[in-house]
Design a protein around this ligand. Structure first.
Ligand code: SF4
Length: 431
């Protein structure tokens, strides 16, 4: 594991570690990856074997709290386990050619599932990996289920070489005490209706080991060339799904003590229905999958506004960028908070790059934002763009445009804003 950064006055700094060092063993245990490091580095006294400029040395380190002040470099794309599936809805297959290479990595790596909440299919998981998950108690894991009917799942995954049967794999992990979050990418006419009912009813007996099941709508871009025909969820289907899911939730709340099945925010927005209250999300365990993010943001926004009411001065005119799905709700929140719509303008940017079926802020490109704002009569003194549209590690939009490029083209400063109510209100106040 390569050291990426060392905090000042931390145990790692005291042990003489510097960025670029390679930690090859902890207390005599060789390291395969960051999980091995976490697994073996829990003791108070650690002996690290470190390589620097080709020479190995030993260093002792004593923890004084939970952190060591050490940041490890992320895995290189070549170290990530990738899938051999060809899922009919795979978003990566729907990317246009010529984007940066890292976007085409089809990761299906249990280590990234444990560390970062990436969803995996388990279809290529070998025996050694199963044993490692169980031995190191890598829990929770995030599992792409899609359907429990073996033949249907096999078809959805693009007919991989091996059987893709999921229930025996989930049962094995459940028996070993591994907690899992299941996901279903809902494709109308393929795994909806009776198939969906079968899937959730076959997963529910695995509760609490399978602790949640997220239903998210398939996302279709305009670049679906030579791929199976699919269609997006229609608003009336989204409404019917909300009614069905509410029935399941009532039943499982009574039987299991949890709603167990949760619908993506996108489904409520598409249906034009109110989002469930915050308590219905049972602590928001899968918010990163788009389950409850909008509710959490809206509730947090109301609280932040109430706290800041007295200190709020009239801000300069600015533009807040978001996707078409969330824009009406964000406008409503700002107006309700007392910001005039002509002062804080919400730009609902259409997604020309991926196509009209993609309405979320996280998939906006720099050029779409630039094109849309250039057509507006005025953008004000500053433009706020959502951080979810900018890749964390490299600070660029999906199409390699940077916020600085955008600022130069628009002629006003551009601020990247984290997706929290406090960050948005601060950015508005400071504009
Ligand atoms: S598992 Fe399916 S959706 Fe995920 S990367 Fe592989 S082909 Fe794409």
């Amino acid at each position: 594991m390569t050291v990426a950064a060392v905090a000042r006055r931390s145990p790692a700094a005291a042990a003489g570690l510097t960025p670029g060092d390679r930690i090859v063993a902890v207390n005599g245990h060789p390291l395969r990856d960051a999980i091995d490091f976490q697994f073996h580095a829990g003791d108070e006294r650690l002996e690290l074997t470190v390589e620097r400029e080709g020479a190995a040395r030993s260093t002792r380190l004593r923890r004084r709290g939970p952190g060591l002040g050490l940041e490890l470099a992320p895995p290189r794309p070549s170290d990530i386990a990738t899938c051999a599936n060809k899922c009919v809805f795979c978003f990566i297959h729907q990317l246009p050619k010529g984007m940066r290479r890292s976007l085409y990595v089809k990761d299906d790596d249990f280590r990234l599932s444990f560390l970062h909440g990436n969803y995996i299919t388990l279809s290529d998981l070998d025996e050694a990996s199963f044993e490692r998950i169980i031995e190191q108690r890598l829990s929770p894991l995030y599992i792409s289920v899609h359907a429990t009917d073996p033949e249907l799942r096999h078809a959805l995954l693009g007919r991989p070489r091996h059987s893709a049967e999921i229930l025996p794999r989930l049962e094995r992990l459940a028996k070993a005490g591994i907690r899992m979050h299941a996901q279903i990418v809902l494709c109308p006419d393929l795994n909806d209706g009776a198939h969906l009912a079968r899937t959730v009813h076959e997963l529910a007996p695995l509760y609490p080991h399978v602790s949640t099941t997220a239903i998210v709508p398939v996302g279709l871009t305009r670049h679906r060339e030579r791929l199976p025909a699919l269609r997006s969820l229609a608003p009336d289907e989204a409404q019917a799904l909300v009614t069905t899911a509410e029935g399941w939730q009532r039943r499982w709340l009574a039987e299991l003590g949890s709603r167990f099945v949760f619908l993506a925010d996108e489904i409520y927005l598409l249906a034009g229905l109110p989002l469930p209250p915050g308590a219905s999300y049972e602590g928001f365990p899968i918010a990163e999958d788009g389950i409850g993010l909008v509710r959490r943001f809206e509730d947090g926004f109301q609280r932040s506004v109430a706290r800041r009411q007295k200190r709020r001065a009239r801000p300069d005119a600015i533009t807040v960028v978001t996707g078409e799905l969330f824009a009406p709700r964000l406008s409503g929140l700002l107006v309700h908070a007392g910001y005039a719509a002509d002062t804080i303008r919400v730009a609902a940017v259409p997604n020309d790059f991926f196509g009209p079926a993609i309405g979320v802020a996280g998939l906006l490109t720099g050029r779409d934002i630039q094109r849309h704002l250039a057509r507006q009569p005025e953008v004000g003194r500053r433009v706020l763009v959502p951080a979810v549209a900018v890749r964390d590690a490299d600070g660029i939009f999906l199409d390699d445009v940077t916020p600085a490029d955008l600022a130069r083209d628009l002629g006003v400063p551009v601020t990247v804003v984290q997706p929290t109510p406090g960050a948005l209100l601060r950015a508005i106040r400071d504009s």
